[in-house]
Design a binder for this molecule. Structure first.
Ligand SMILES: *Cc1c(COP(=O)(O)O)cnc(C)c1O
Length: 391
């Protein structure tokens, strides 16, 4: 993501200010480098932001999803329904527990899991224990219908909210609907700490299980309460847990990033609106806006109308890059990836909508530190390339 020259606009950049830098320096001077008071403060701030009782900091969203599936009781051989149109982390955590992902194709407009196909799968297949949702790009899934399906089939819902900070479904924040929700603070995400994640839940038992499992399965609280006469150095290992805790250096960044999350959203929304207006008459589809959801604008994905162009998607991406604009593709569907394809014997058109959407998709840069001139340049160059290559 480093710029190749001064004129190159990277696809993504974190937006780190003096507040974050000073807080990290303060953390370094404090001597408390790993999980400590700043992690606790970040968790409290985050829980308050979502409006939920429990927020648990971890070192990635992947770790968070792993712990979430463990906490709801996913066991070897269980099936978990999810989307193929996501990053591999969403599905790999299912395999961590020896369970099997069951992919359901997406909607052609939102790129979120198709509720009708989900309903049909739930009718047809035995052994499904949970639904793992992804709110693609920052738009919410069809929550009303998915919650009704989960209730009818006694399924748990876990959300991969890596793109959905913040996203509102019918006015309510994502994080408040599912049994457990995990967010990502990876460098490209809407709140960036480099690496990091947060788990939220309203369920005290899940919160307790995750708290213990994220740090080696060590339980201090439970023991303290029962045997308060035991020495301070004593602890008890109650499970083979994981090393998934967040450091205070990360939390120092997170505390200030969280305070800016709404300002960041405002800027990304402005950029999205400028793109949608500036690209309206070209052979491409701009993002569809679902009336039930807000958009967090983690991604701005255009769909090239390849049948109207004399170039393919990759040539478009190369020409953008030659003109100094970084782009990306979200996502290469999981059923096309070697591991998933070979393990489950997938063919490309097993998920035809995911395949079609993927072949046309290009993600344009969208982040708060982009200037108006940057946005205008992306529009101008996209227009130039597509006008010159239109059939
Ligand atoms: C970024 C991302 C993840 C992984 O997040 P990490 O914090 O890097 O573990 C998971 N799912 C989706 C959809 C993502 O985009």
């Amino acid at each position: 993501m480093m710029s190749m020259n001064d004129n190159f606009l990277p696809f993504a950049l974190p937006c780190i200010g003096e507040e974050e830098i000073n807080e990290v320096v303060d953390t370094l001077r404090s001597g408390w480098l790993t999980t400590g008071p700043k992690t606790k403060r970040f968790e409290e701030d985050f829980a308050k932001f979502i409006g939920i009782p429990y927020a648990l900091a971890v070192n990635s969203c992947t770790a968070g999803l792993h712990l979430a599936l463990e906490a709801i009781g996913i066991k070897p051989g269980d099936k978990v329904v999810t989307t193929p149109y996501t990053f591999t982390a969403t599905a790999e955590v299912i395999r961590y527990l020896g369970a099997e992902p069951l992919f359901v194709d997406i909607e052609p407009d939102t790129f979120n899991i198709n509720t009708h196909k989900l309903a049909a799968t739930l009718e047809r297949v035995e052994g499904i224990k949970a639904i793992l949702l992804v709110h693609f790009g920052g738009q919410a899934c069809d929550m009303d219908n998915i919650l009704a399906l989960a209730k009818a089939h006694s399924l748990k819902i876990v959300e991969d909210a890596a793109h959905a900070l913040p996203t509102y479904y019918k006015g309510q924040k994502i994080g408040l609907f599912a049994d457990i929700t995990a967010y990502s603070f990876y460098v490209t995400k809407t709140l960036a700490t480099g690496e990091g994640g947060m788990i939220v839940t309203a369920n005290p038992d899940y919160a307790e299980r995750i708290r213990i499992l994220r740090l080696h399965g060590i339980s201090r609280d439970v023991f303290d309460r029962a045997y308060s006469e035991l020495p301070k150095w004593y602890y008890e290992v109650v499970a083979p847990g994981f090393k998934y805790n967040m450091t205070d250096i990360t939390a120092a960044l997170g505390i200030h990033q969280l305070q800016k999350v709404n300002t960041f959203l405002q800027r990304r929304t402005e950029i999205a609106e400028q793109y949608t207006q500036g690209l309206a008459d070209l052979p491409l589809r701009t993002p569809y806006l679902h009336p039930d959801s807000s958009h967090a604008w983690h991604l701005y994905v255009i769909q090239l109308q390849l049948e109207d162009l004399i170039i393919d998607r990759n040539t478009f991406i190369e020409r953008m890059s030659d003109a100094g604009i970084g782009t990306s593709v979200h996502f290469i569907p999981l059923h096309l990836q070697k591991y998933w394809r070979e393990r489950y014997g997938f063919k490309p058109d097993d998920f035809p909508v995911a395949l079609e959407v993927y072949q046309r998709a290009v993600s344009l840069p969208i982040y708060p530190s982009m200037s108006d001139a940057d946005v205008t340049r992306v529009i101008r160059i996209t227009r130039q390339i597509l006008k010159n290559t239109q059939k």
